[in-house]
Design a protein around this ligand. Sequence first.
Ligand code: FES
Length: 164
Amino acid sequence: MPPETSRRRFHLTVIYGLGAVITGALAIPAALYLLLPPRLRQKDEWIDAGDVSKMDLKTPVEVVFRKNRLDGWKLTSEKKTAWVVQQPSNTVVAFGPQCTHLGCAYHFEDDTKQFFCPCHNSVFSLDGRVVSGPAQRPLDRYETRVQNQRLLLGALKESNGTSA
Ligand code: FES
């Protein structure tokens, strides 16, 4: 075999080989994305919102925590808040941070011991019930669990119109 033919064959082999490597590098991630099912969302997702022994829950405390969300391959971290308060029955309740009228942020008023939404003046009691509208529903609540003095928050459950 003449040396020129051998060199040409070598160059063709290198070119085709590089083409195969580049194609594989592009195709394998795309195939994995298309063929593998998305990671199943964990249903039992509890977020650590802090040490309850360090919270004075006689009056509502606004707790800030981060919630990670996996969307396909993209992991995002969202800042969330909850109003946490101990009820007379000693249970710890965590309310969602948005007014059930149109979703404004409400706050706790120390002098009246009630939650007040400044957007349209809805008022909620310490147990989340509507004191005065226009809000029709009690405050939404996170599922809560206390484990080893840590407050764990689960899903935010939408309240219905009848119960707090
Ligand atoms: S959004 Fe709160 S009263 Fe309207």
